[in-house]
Design a protein around this ligand. Structure first.
Ligand code: SF4
Length: 713
């Protein structure tokens, strides 16, 4: 190390794993990044994405100054003052003429990885007074929250597999070898998987693709997309039929569940899913007899038509086998900042408000994003005419992106808070770029709540922010204050208690808010104590928390949920007589790669070099009957659209299934992502269909999308 170099401890904020980093800095330049060996949670783990953090920091495509659209239609740099004034004038102007709900807000995934976004954006959104709120939640994990609210009384009471102590881990539609966990912060998954094996434990994976995780599993079963509910319900049935249930005393509803799942036999599961009935029975026995076991279902089972039933069945299996809330089972965290216990996050729940056009339900104060395009495009009272996106790229990441693209292009006003001119923000009238991940202080408010061990870690910014740069929370503050100014409300309203509190919250820095949260969090911490331990504080393994942790009125878990059990007869009908399929249709599923980060970072050379990974994966037999060869370009059609893409033949997908990664397809006019626009690949969301949503929650359906595939001659 040269004399001017220093090493600082930091956190990677690119994904849910929140790995600890050791960053070498020379002057104001990052010269090296590696995993922090002594991080109590990630234990030295790092993935290729973290190595790209310096690329992101120095990225010439990244916006450093605000852009506004001029009279000539071009985006040009401007001062922050002008940008805030213009943004506020646009948003307030539309609301003044068409009402508060004429503005829609969309919050993208990176918001949950930023302390400042979490402390300030809720205040900004409330201040904007619109009920048209959307986020990445409804294109991802809404079924988890619906089930958690119904079973445990709070949308964020999400138990996580205690991987470090379990004997049997069962993953359904989840690929932590690529992701290091989702709604389950499990950094160093590969190492933890090896430790599971070395203590004699087993890993079982159910997935229509032989994923990276399936490859290291002791047992993998292909499950036809969209039929996981049949398998999971059959496992519930078998646990009960074989007398393997041993629920905790606070679990109710077992007999009602037994009656409701009776038709879901292992033979039915085999018929519809392809997983052998014997394997379904064997899985139920293994789960019922293991000393400890944990089942986790993720993206593959959330983003399908029966996501809520699947997530309920996962919870029911854990509860019935006595594995809920015990070491080695699925457990709740005791985070130093307790968002649930302190009431900082609301319990969630279905709201009376439904989407205007289709009447889809709202949950937790948000509406399902599958409805956003039609809310913009359908004229009438309450039509969305203005949009604010924050760290979001819904044209790439939500169903029928092409239609949403056209809808956003026709808005009266669009303001984006974003680092890039991407597929969505290219339509913005104003873009407000925040600082990057290395330039801001960080404490993970969300993912400590979902981690496999209780830890606390505060990471000061690695680099000073650019002169003239603004953090996301400063943008929220200044945009909020500009909106209040633009509204020109009278003195009385400006001095009202609510207005004064709002302004005070906007002006209170994230670290001051964090200090308060830590001091009142029950772990006896403060900003000072976490600052003193930049490598992270180990608060120990997860510990049993039930029934005290429950937020249900009677502190009990009632498995017999009406919202699930009422669905089962319809589900049975669907499974036994599925909707008439197109004769040669295949079912499309998504996938992710360790080097991909949703729809961004495709402009960095470090993450995009190497073997292309954008191709449509298809089984050789499915290609042969269509006269298609490995490497051909094929046309993939769904009810929502069509794309042309190269195909790769592989037996890693089951017959009848094809797979495309999400986040690709950057070649739209005006996108300023130099490397990404040269990257081959198409957007899977030009095929996903917003007309089909999850039956209970209206979450987007991204898996099991019927498509046809033909050679492009
Ligand atoms: S798994 Fe990779 S991207 Fe995720 S936090 Fe760890 S280093 Fe960062």
């Amino acid at each position: 190390m040269s004399g001017r170099e220093r090493t600082v401890l930091a956190a990677c904020t690119l994904c849910e794993a929140m790995c600890g980093l050791e960053v070498t800095v020379e002057g104001e330049r990052v010269t090296g990044i590696r995993g922090h060996e002594h991080d109590p949670l990630s234990r030295g783990h790092i993935c290729p994405k973290a190595l790209a953090l310096p690329d992101l920091q120095d990225d010439p495509d990244r916006l450093r100054r605000p852009l506004v659209r001029g009279a000539d239609g071009e985006l040009r740099e401007t001062s922050w003052d002008e940008a805030f004034a213009r943004a506020a004038a646009l948003l307030v102007g539309v609301q003044r003429v068409h009402g508060d709900d004429a503005l829609a807000v969309y919050l993208g995934n990176p918001n949950v990885h930023s302390l400042g976004a979490l402390t300030h954006h809720p205040t900004l959104v409330r201040l904007l007074r619109t009920r048209n709120r959307y986020s990445a939640t409804s294109v991802d994990q809404l079924p988890h929250h619906v089930v958690a609210r119904a079973l445990y009384g709070h949308q964020f009471l999400l138990p996580v597999p205690d991987i470090d102590r379990t004997d049997l881990l069962v993953l359904v539609g989840h690929n932590p070898m690529a992701s290091n966990g989702s709604l389950w912060t499990v950094p160093a998954f590969p190492r933890r998987r090896r430790e599971l094996a070395s203590r004699g434990g087993r890993l079982v994976v159910l997935d229509p693709r032989r994923t990276e995780t399936a490859r290291v599993a002791d047992e993998h079963h292909f499950v036809r997309p969209g039929t996981d509910a049949a398998v999971l319900l059959a496992v519930v049935r078998e646990i009960l039929a074989q007398g393997l249930e041993r629920p905790a005393p606070y679990v109710d509803g077992v007999e009602a569940v037994r009656a409701a799942v009776e038709p879901f036999t292992p033979e039915l599961a085999e018929q519809v899913s392809g997983m052998p009935a014997g394997a379904v029975r064997g899985l139920a026995q293994d789960l019922g007899r293991a000393r400890s076991a944990a089942v986790h279902g993720r993206m593959g089972v959330s983003t399908q038509r029966h996501g809520v039933v699947c997530q309920w069945a996962v919870q029911a299996i854990n509860a019935l086998t006595g594995n809920l809330d015990r070491p080695g089972g699925t457990m709740f965290t005791t985070p130093a900042v307790d968002l649930v216990g302190r009431g900082i996050l609301g319990p969630g729940g279905f709201s009376r408000r439904r989407t205007r056009v289709r009447g889809l339900p709202g949950f937790g104060g948000e509406l399902p994003v599958s409805a956003l395009a039609e809310e913009i495009l359908t004229p009438g009272e309450g039509q969305v005419r203005a949009l604010l996106t924050v760290a979001g790229n819904p044209v790439s990441s939500t169903p029928a992106g092409g239609r949403l693209d056209a809808a956003v292009a026709g808005l009266d006003a669009y303001v984006a808070v974003d680092l890039y001119v991407n597929e969505t923000t290219r339509h913005a009238d104003v873009i407000l770029p925040p600082t990057g991940p290395l330039e801001r202080d960080h404490y993970d408010l969300v993912f400590h709540v979902l981690a496999v061990r209780d830890t606390a870690r505060f990471s000061p910014a690695v680099l000073p922010k650019d002169e003239g740069g603004r953090h996301d929370w400063e943008i929220a503050r200044d945009l909020g204050l500009a909106v209040l100014r633009e509204r020109g409300t009278g003195l009385r309203e400006r001095l009202s208690r609510r207005a004064v509190e709002t302004q005070a919250r906007l002006r209170t820095s994230p670290t001051r808010q964090l200090d308060l949260l830590l001091r009142t969090g029950g772990a006896g911490l403060s900003l000072k104590t976490v600052r003193a331990a930049p490598g992270g504080l180990d608060l120990g393994p997860l510990r049993p928390r039930l029934p005290e942790r429950l937020h249900t009125p009677d502190r009990r878990v009632d498995l017999a949920l009406g919202l699930v059990l009422d669905e089962l007869p319809g589900l049975l009908g669907d499974l036994v007589a599925p909707p008439q399929a197109v004769p040669d249709e295949l079912l499309l599923v998504g996938r992710r790669h360790q080097r991909d980060n949703n729809s961004w970072l495709h402009n960095t050379g470090r993450l995009t070099r190497g073997r292309p990974r954008h191709a449509l994966l298809a089984h050789p037999a499915d290609l042969a009957v269509r006269g298609i060869h490995d490497g051909d370009t094929v046309r993939v059609r769904s009810a929502a659209g069509a794309v042309d893409v190269e195909v790769a033949a592989t037996e890693d997908v089951m017959r009848g299934v094809v797979s495309l990664p999400h986040g690709y397809g950057h070649r739209r006019d005006g996108v300023r992502l130099s490397g990404a626009t040269r990257l081959p690949g198409v957007s899977v969301n030009d095929l996903t269909d917003p007309a089909v949503v999850e039956e209970v929650s209206a979450n987007a359906v991204l898996n099991g999308v019927p498509v046809t595939v033909e050679a492009v001659r």
